[in-house]
Design a protein around this ligand. Structure first.
Ligand code: CA
Length: 147
């Protein structure tokens, strides 16, 4: 507990030390106490991984492997079964905008409809699709199947 407190205090001290000069000019008499009540601590935006582990099909809410990432190692007939709060319906159905195939032996096909039907886009082993719009599949995938 004490160690944690020490870390927090150190972070606050660092924030005070690196506070932008503009703050000093806007405050009439900047005091350390004031600064500690409202420390300028930058919180980095959440960064989702754009990488994809071996053996998976990975897919992202946005193009260029951005936004939340999902991954499957097997066939999935109903992407609607997999929740994703950042998707329009709260699940992965009709949501993926980019994808990578990092399977170790097969191509993987994305299908427009559930149960492997409708339009399809096959991604070879090691292949990427930075923007599924280019394949007419943006926000359309509802199922996937390997080789
Ligand atoms: Ca669909």
């Amino acid at each position: 507990m004490l160690r944690k407190l020490a870390v927090v205090l150190a972070a606050m001290a660092a924030a005070v030390a690196f506070a932008p000069a503009a703050n000093a000019t806007t405050a009439a008499v900047p005091t350390k106490a004031t600064a500690m009540l409202a420390p300028e601590i930058a919180i980095p935006a959440r960064v989702a991984a754009s990488t994809c582990d071996s053996s998976y099909l990975c897919f992202w809410v946005d193009s260029d492997y951005r936004g939340e990432r999902g991954k499957f190692s097997g066939n999935n007939a109903h992407w609607s079964n997999y929740g994703q709060p950042d998707c329009q319906d709260g699940n992965w159905n009709d949501c993926a905008s980019s994808a990578k195939n990092r399977g170790t032996s097969c191509s993987v096909t994305l299908y427009e409809h559930h149960s492997y039907s409708g339009d399809a886009e096959t991604i070879g082993r090691g292949g990427d699709r930075s923007n599924l719009r280019n394949q007419g599949m943006n926000d359309k995938t509802s199922s996937n199947r390997w080789c």
